[in-house]
Design a protein around this ligand. Structure first.
Ligand code: MTE
Length: 372
């Protein structure tokens, strides 16, 4: 479904980076090698984010995996260890799951004091339809022990220099959900290489760190992996530390789920618009919860009115919102959006500052200049 408003200029590649990456339109380049690419806000013009526009995040050089050589090994606390080829996976029952993927660090550049790490703005997010095999089916086939508590997942990318291997642990309670899958397709195409060809994890409602790409190894265990990417990184303080504060390593908890959040896609921030009704649009999401409300302020946060929510209200997916604003007179207006979810969470004025700079979800603010 495209919801590009009439009169809105479509995404112009020329405004972005001159660098090109396989299968991608021009995106914002945070790192060229390994590729860390952000989707510019003006490119978000449909509920499904096309593959050529979808953001990319990887810690290590991207591996090339030949389809014929690919295997998913399943070992550890299982009665029948598996060595599944791509064909074996394709012959298992396939399911489709739509889900929004967001990097935990999305929006990090807005925290004050500023933080090291990738300076994502708003576009380390996208929504896609994934197709593949349920983890429960794989675990059943392998005869996973009932005492097992974690699946420890590795992908074909390997540690390089000082950067360790990317290994993530996911608790069984999440792996046993019907929506957690090993995807072989993204938006009706084989997974693009840059998004994990031939197979990656889809962990709907959780931040992107769990969505292991090029996944080729699953160890079923009673303990999680103790390496850097599960033992240290992608953790969030148990208590508010305040701007510039610190938390002891033992008080950092593994990130699960996502924040409640919304942002504007139209009109563009700092754009000039003609007098008359302005069609305001955007997306809102809340991880494992549902978005129940989006409110808009046209006076910088003073008064709030309900936006109209899109009818596509699918678990784990973002929801569109629309609002028609008729500016009373020419001049500059600050528009804000604020989402609420089914668990009662409300998007805050200021996202809680935290040392790694995760889960930035302050209310969105854009400025527009209404011409006379
Ligand atoms: N999987 C592997 N093997 N290596 C990685 O570095 N990065 C993770 C995840 N899966 C990563 C990975 C992170 S932090 C994110 S946000 C998502 O992939 C990004 O997925 P995308 O590049 O398909 O958008």
């Amino acid at each position: 479904m495209s919801f590009l408003a009439a009169g809105v200029t479509p995404f112009s590649a020329s405004a972005q980076s001159p660098l090109s990456f396989p299968g991608k339109r021009s995106l914002m380049v945070h790192s060229e090698f390994p590729e860390d690419l952000e989707t510019p806000v003006e490119a978000f013009d449909s509920w499904i984010t096309p593959n050529d526009t979808f953001f990319v995040r990887q810690h290590l050089p991207r591996p090339k995996v030949a389809a014929a050589a690919y295997r998913l090994k399943v070992s550890g606390m299982v009665s029948s260890p598996l060595d599944l080829s791509l064909d074996n996976l394709r012959k298992m029952p396939q399911v489709k799951v739509a889900a929004t993927l967001e990097c935990a660090g999305n929006g990090r550049s807005y925290f004050r004091p500023k933080l090291p790490g990738l300076q994502w703005t708003k576009g380390a997010i996208g929504n896609a339809e994934w197709r593949g095999v349920r983890l429960t089916d794989i675990l059943k086939k392998a005869g996973a022990a009932t005492a097992a508590r974690y699946g420890n997942f590795n992908g074909a990318d390997v540690g390089a220099g000082k950067t360790p291997d990317f290994i993530r642990s996911i608790p069984m309670r999440k792996l046993m959900l019907e929506s957690t899958i090993v995807a072989l397709e993204m938006n009706g195409e084989p997974l693009p290489e840059i998004h994990g060809f031939p197979a990656r994890l889809i962990v709907p409602g959780w931040d992107g760190a769990s969505w292991v790409k090029w996944v080729n190894d699953l160890k079923v265990d009673e303990k999680p992996d103790s390496g850097f990417y599960f033992g240290t990184a992608y953790r969030y303080p148990k208590y508010a530390v305040g701007p510039g504060g610190a938390a002891r390593p033992e008080d950092m908890e593994v990130l699960e789920g996502m924040a409640v959040k919304s942002f504007f896609t139209r009109p563009a921030d700092q754009s000039k618009v003609k007098a008359g009704p302005v069609n305001v649009q955007g997306f809102a999401w809340a991880g494992e919860h549902r978005v129940t409300r989006v409110e808009i302020s046209t006076d910088g946060g003073g008064k709030w009115q309900d936006a109209r929510l899109g009818t596509q209200n699918i678990p784990f997916c973002w929801r569109t919102f629309q609002f028609s604003f008729t500016p009373p007179k020419p001049g500059h207006y600050v528009l804000c959006s604020r989402a609420t979810d089914s668990s009662g969470r409300v998007q805050p004025i200021e996202a809680p500052w935290n040392p790694p700079g995760y889960l930035w979800n302050s209310i969105d603010r854009i400025g527009i200049m209404v011409e006379g």
